[in-house]
Design a protein around this ligand. Sequence first.
Ligand code: ARG
Length: 454
Amino acid sequence: MWGGRFSSSPSALMEAINASIDFDKRLASEDIQGSIAHSAMLAKRGIIAESDRDAIQQGLQRVLGEIESGSFTFSTALEDIHMNVESRLREIAGDPAARLHTARSRNDQVAVDVRLWVRNAHDRADEQITNLIKVLLDKAEQHAGTVMPGFTHLQGAQPVTFGHHLMAYVEMFGRDRGRFRDSRVRLNESPLGAGALAGTSFPIDRHMTAKALGFDGPTRNSLDSVSDRDSLLEFMSAAAICAVHLSRLAEEIVIWMSAPFGFVRLPDRWTTGSSMMPQKRNPDAAELVRGKTGRIFGSLMSLLTVMKGLPLAYAKDTQEDKEPLFDAADTLEIVLAAMTGMVQDLEPVPGRMAAVAGAGYSTATDLADWLVRSLNIPFRDAHHITGRIVSEAEKRGTSLEDLALDVMQAVEPKIHKGIYEVLSVENSVRSRTSFGGTSPVRVTEQIAWWRERV
Ligand code: ARG
């Protein structure tokens, strides 16, 4: 492609370090889409003949067909997808193919290719997160009133509902989806036509190619257009945060499935056995969702490091954007799909969750609140009185619900039997009616709010 200036071909090692075709062949369809838009614009602006445009476009369609059917032979000597496609196009279409690269550089070509690719990746993530939210909503709806223990410090804290707990993840994944949507708006400008770095003297129409490729318009600065990759960084950042959320839910599934908890069952299809211990059923899919988070973080960190300190404009370092991008996107795709399947198949064990929810004096806050409400005792004092009552219950090995009234009255004489109304986990949960709270009425409202957004 640039033989004119060179007297010998690259060394084998140069070829090995330089070639990107093994991974950037995934940009084939975006590359061809970009070239079709570019050639249409060149003809429209009278830069190439319409007959050349037609030969180029028919040839590109054939190349795409060959790549899709697997009959295309990729060549490492041709470095990357751009030159592999163009070289084959030359074989198919002859001389007109040599006019395609007028007013274009591989620098703006690759920039537009990765933008198109990452835009699709945003749309896939959006769709998959929406599906995950939908299955969470269905599960939450079935269990809006299913009591479970709520934790802080992983110590039993206050009873909540399983539906409420799942809705917490809906909020997280909803924000994740929002991040992908925000980033998609920002990336939707076309770098095509920026040339190698400075633009071109040909009378091109960047608005035309931008429109043809579904962009809102062309990017405004040619140096920036060819040299930045922040649209990829934003995708990977959003993916990394989403992976954090997925890993937290995955970890909870692992905990819930363990025998001491026994809060949920997961059908065999999401688990594996042990080659040595016949009794085992391991939550491997959840563990892998948790574990694959590392790959997504690693990809993000890797591209951040590649981009850091790069002088303007294009430098070959940027070629290192693709493998982390593809790996982050592939990983996100499979973990989102696996999590969606697991949530769908998750079977909570309400009896077990309710039993644990009631243990550990989880309604002590309700007792203290009752002292404030019914006896007008200041909260700090009520907290102290409740602490003493809990310790009496503990001494007797009984729950608060089963603690005799006279024992409570020995701590605070004004206590009367009305107190028992607030001591059951069901009543505790039902009473948490503040906006966003765990009461089934509030959870049902949260579900309805999200139903309108999926
Ligand atoms: N394969 C290259 C990349 O991914 C294409 C751009 C090459 N540009 C150049 N000036 N060598 O960045």
